[in-house]
Structures are given as structure tokens and as C-alpha cells.
Write a protein that binds this ligand. Structure first.
Ligand code: ADP
Ligand code: MG
Length: 368
């Protein structure tokens, strides 16, 4: 089931009563979530992720705009009639019920022609439990399960009514690091197996990048960029997106374009065309550096860390906005770890320019 957001806006009266203007939690969202895909809503806390999710499931009504499931307008439909499954950060299981009873719970209230016998409910619940691989735990109570297992119960419960759309709001935040990795793989597998259109909310770029078909990067209620994770990483539309994606983060420098050259501090680092002379913000991905004794960017070495496949060089440069620059070089290159200075050449595709004021991307061509 594809989900379409049409000029969707949600305003709230400001929680701080002294501020008269409304908070625009979701500002004119207009995009489509393709059928059967897993998309991540990614952005910092307070950017409107949960609000978007609650609009899709119907717990909140939009201030303006429409939501369609397939071709059907569901904007006015109550949540129980939308066919959505919901999973939140806190598992919200009933402690006194067994796993089986927890998963069955949504089926108990079905009425009319949908009403099920106890046996049918048990069968359905067991099927759901099997999908998330907790079918051996059905008689336990939530208190006897690990956090990861509890979250699986919550997912099974969300799946039991065979939802058309599955909505997950930071479902991994309460899990420890190891379980978080494991459970996110699990969510990916379940989504692939069931083919249910899924919206996954997270503030963790690593999580979003690793499991989704598409990511929607948002900030302060405004959609910044939408695309495949790798595309958004390789081709960010602005400095916010460039900085939000990637670990280690992109290195940011103050630079300028001068007669067809990109200059950082005293170093003339790239010959470019298509950009008039101006001050710019320069972003260089950690993997965008080569160690090259003829290279134009001269940095002072702070530390060289060999990490298996890669060498991480921590260095400084007067043009860098952060105190340190982090570059990642393949260990195929033998770096003398005692050197005090290093010269870098840059991989042009890993260098992005941004408008000094607006942060918008400035595109350039490389001159040989
Ligand atoms: P996120 O899930 O990305 O952390 P939210 O969607 O919860 O963000 O919130 C987006 C913005 O809307 C925030 O500024 C938040 O304070 C505000 N907001 C959310 N819900 C309400 C509400 N019920 N009343 C007033 N403001 C709200
Ligand atoms: Mg939230």
C-alpha cells in the first residue's frame, strides 16, 4: 500500500504560552512512500518525526493537507479504520498478560463480521509470533523477557491484524547497543518478508542508513531531502544534511573560490569551474583525502590510529571549523606514524561546497 502525503501541515499552539505564534511541527510535507518499501524519517529531536507518524496513523488530525493510502483519502478516518500497526519506543505491553495474550489483544475488540473465536485468535497470534521468532516464548510474561524480546512482542502485536502500513517510532531507543543492531536487522528481515509498507522514525543516521530503502531528512518541521540513503550521503542538498549523515562526520572548512580555484587558508586545493568568486563553506568527507606528498592541503598531524582495514589520521588546519580533521585512509597505504605534517590531495567527488549564509549546496565542475 503506497502512502501519499499531500501538502501536509500540522501546527500546535506553542507550549510556551508567552509565545503567540504556533509551532509548525510539520510544514507542507508532500511526498509519496512507495508500496512495500521501508522508509526512515530522520532528524534531530523535535523536528516533527513523531508528529508525521501520528498524522499517518490518525492519532493527530492535520491542520491542512491530505493523506492517502493507495488512492483512498484517509485524512478523516479514525486510526482503528486505517489498518496501521504501531510500535513505540517503550513497548507498552500488559505486564499481567502472557506474550500470547499480549499479541492477541488487538484481535479481542474486533466486531461484527471480523469477530474471531479464541482459537482463531490464538492461531493468528502464533503466526505473528513466528514471524518475529518468539514463538517459543508465548507463555511467558513481559517481565521475563529481555528488552529485545519485548520489542519483538510489540512488533508481533502490531502485525497481528495484518496492517497495510507499519509505523515504528524510535523502536530501538530503549535497547542496548548490541540488541539495537540485532533488532534493526530483524526489523529489516520482517519488513522484507511481509512486504508491508513501513515508516521507521529515528534520530540515528546510522540506523536510518543501514535499514531503509529511502530516507527523509527533516529539520524543524521542514523536509530537507528525500532519497536512497547512499544518494543522500553522496549528494547532500545542503550543509545540514551533509553534517547529519556520516560517521565520522564530514569535515567542515571556511574557504573561498578565487579565479577558478578553491582555497582553504593558504592552500589552493582544487581547480574548479562554474562558481563565481565568493566565500564558501567546504565539506570534505573523511574518505575524501589521499596522502600525497605533492598534495595541496597541508595539515598538522595530531594522531594516527590504525584500525584494521583503515588508518584514521587526526590532524589540524587553520581553515577547519572544528578543532580536528578526521580522515580515513586505506591501510594499503603505509603511513609513517611519527610524522608531524601530512599533505593531502582531495577526491573531488567527496568535496562539497555550500553557500556561506544559507548552507545551500553550490555545484561545481572539476578542471584538470
Ligand atoms: P520528534 O518526534 O522529531 O522529536 P515531534 O514531532 O514530537 O518531534 O515534535 C515536533 C515539534 O512539535 C516540537 O517542537 C514539539 O515541541 C512540538 N509538539 C509536538 N507535539 C505537541 C503538542 N501536542 N503540543 C504542542 N507542541 C507539540
Ligand atoms: Mg519523537
Amino acid at each position: 500500500m503506497k502512502v501519499v502525503l499531500e501538502h501536509l501541515t500540522k501546527k500546535f499552539p506553542n507550549r510556551n504560552r508567552k509565545i503567540k505564534e504556533d509551532v509548525i511541527a510539520v510544514n507542507d510535507f508532500d511526498f509519496e512512500i512507495p508500496d512495500g518499501k521501508l522508509i526512515a524519517l530522520l532528524g534531530p529531536s523535535g523536528c516533527g518525526k513523531s508528529t508525521t507518524l501520528n498524522l499517518i496513523c490518525g492519532l493527530l488530525a492535520p491542520s491542512s493537507g491530505r493523506i492517502l493510502f493507495g488512492d483512498i483519502d484517509v485524512t478523516k478516518l479514525p486510526p482503528e479504520n486505517r489498518g496501521v500497526g504501531l510500535v513505540f519506543q517503550n513497548y507498552a505491553l500488559y505486564p499481567h498478560l502472557t506474550v500470547l495474550q499480549n499479541i492477541m489483544f488487538p484481535l479481542e475488540n474486533l466486531k461484527g463480521k471480523d469477530k474471531m473465536t479464541k482459537e482463531e485468535m490464538k492461531k493468528k497470534a502464533a503466526e505473528s509470533a513466528k514471524i518475529v521468532q518468539i514463538d517459543h516464548l508465548l507463555e511467558r510474561r513481559p517481565g521475563e523477557l529481555s528488552g529485545g524480546q519485548q520489542q519483538r512482542v510489540a512488533i508481533a502485536r502490531a502485525l497481528v491484524k495484518r496492517p497495510r502500513v507499519l509505523l515504528l517510532d524510535e523502536p530501538l531507543s530503549n535497547l542496548d547497543a548490541r540488541l539495537r543492531l540485532q533488532t534493526r536487522e530483524e526489523i529489516r528481515r520482517i519488513q522484507r518478508e511481509t512486504g508491508i509498507t513501513t515508516v521507521f522514525v529515528t534520530h540515528d543516521q546510522d540506523e536510518a542508513m543501514s535499514i531503509s530503502d529511502m530516507i527523509v531528512v527533516m529539520e524543524a518541521g521542514i523536509l530537507q531531502q528525500i532519497g536512497k540513503p547512499q544518494e543522500v550521503y553522496d549528494d547532500p542538498v545542503n550543509l545540514f544534511v551533509a553534517k547529519f549523515l556520516g560517521t565520522p562526520a564530514i569535515n567542515v572548512f571556511d574557504g573561498r573560490v578565487e579565479k577558478g580555484e578553491l582555497v582553504i587558508g593558504k592552500d589552493r586545493v582544487l581547480k574548479i569551474s562554474g562558481v563565481p568568486d565568493q566565500e564558501v563553506t567546504v565539506g570534505i568527507r573523511p574518505e575524501g583525502f589521499w596522502v600525497d606528498d605533492e598534495g595541496p592541503l597541508l595539515c598538522k598531524v595530531r594522531a594516527v590510529e590504525v584500525m584494521g582495514r583503515d588508518v584514521s589520521i587526526v590532524s589540524t588546519h587553520e581553515g577547519s571549523q572544528a578543532e580536528q580533521i578526521r580522515s580515513i585512509i586505506s591501510t594499503d597505504f603505509h603511513m609513517d606514524t611519527t610524522r608531524k605534517e601530512v599533505r593531502f590531495a582531495l577526491k573531488p567527488r567527496k568535496v562539497h561546497l555550500f553557500d556561506k549564509k544559507t548552507g545551500e549546496r553550490i555545484r561545481f565542475e572539476v578542471k584538470e
